[in-house]
Design a protein around this ligand. Structure first.
Ligand SMILES: O=C(O)c1cccc(C(=O)CC[C@H]2O[C@@H](n3cnc4c(=O)[nH]cnc43)[C@H](O)[C@@H]2O)c1
Length: 237
């Protein structure tokens, strides 16, 4: 089975495909997005945010299903903000839970999750064995990864998220969208983030994007070893 990897931007997509020896083959999806296919992994730069991620993931999963070659796993991957001190710059984080951290409602008593409001779910829990295998193979830290629509830019917001999600190691903007689309197809999901910046007061000059992209490439070099025993790469080359 093949693996679908969904990133936000092209630089992240290219960091993933750089892990593999062959030049990726390009394949157009309905609607015009382009998959980069290599060594059992199809990588899609679907855009920034959960809506773009869900739309791109659903399109790729549907196209594969209609072609009679469904994916065995969808992976949300890219750079992300790390909560200090648990996830320093350059660290890799694999999601134990993929959490929609700002999907819900404010109330005088505090934030209400979409689950508390009675609609759908506010978190997906990837397969525990798969998470453990990826953590061991790639040297990734297991913890919660938050999906937010607005990048955290203040100490107060970082503290609020940490109080609400004490197991959070990273935040990014796409994981929950990928996970919702994967769940709709009955496809397993993972989220893998390389930490480019600390979650907190905005300081774009301090982002270490190059180091994080290099960590992402290293993680995907290690990933096949973790996925073969789990059956996600059987029958691929
Ligand atoms: O400017 C560049 O060269 C560049 C190269 C690769 C990626 C980027 C991005 O800006 C990616 C945006 C993407 O990154 C995630 N992200 C990173 N840090 C955070 C954060 O602190 N909070 C939330 N999201 C973060 C996010 O998933 C964005 O989609 C630029």
């Amino acid at each position: 089975m093949r693996v679908l990897v969904v990133t936000a931007v092209a630089a992240e997509r290219d960091a993933v495909t750089a892990a593999f020896p062959h030049t990726p083959q390009e394949a157009a999806l309905p609607g015009g997005a382009v998959l980069h296919r290599t060594a059992g992994f199809d990588v899609l730069a679907a855009g920034v945010g959960p809506a773009a991620a869900a739309a791109g993931t659903a399109t790729a999963l549907t196209a594969a299903a209609l072609a009679g070659e469904p994916y065995g796993l969808a992976v949300s991957a890219g750079i992300g903000g790390g909560f200090v001190p648990g996830a320093p710059l350059g660290a890799l984080v694999v999601a134990e839970r993929i959490v929609a951290a700002d999907l819900g409602a404010e109330s005088p008593e505090g934030f209400l999750t979409v689950t508390e409001l009675g609609f759908g779910r506010d978190a997906h829990r990837p397969d525990t064995d798969l998470v453990r295998a990826v953590a061991a193979a790639a040297g990734a830290l297991p913890g919660d990864v938050l999906t937010v629509s607005t990048v955290t830019g203040s100490a107060a917001r970082a503290a609020e998220l940490t109080a609400r999600h004490p197991r959070a190691l990273a935040e990014a903007m796409e994981g929950f969208g990928v996970a919702e689309a994967a769940a709709a197809h009955g496809t397993r999901v993972l989220e893998l983030r390389a930490v480019s910046n600390a979650v907190g007061p905005r300081d774009r000059a301090a982002w270490r994007i190059g180091d994080a992209l290099a960590a992402l490439t290293a993680a995907f070099r290690a990933l096949p070893a973790a996925l073969v025993p789990a059956g996600s790469l059987e029958g691929t080359q």
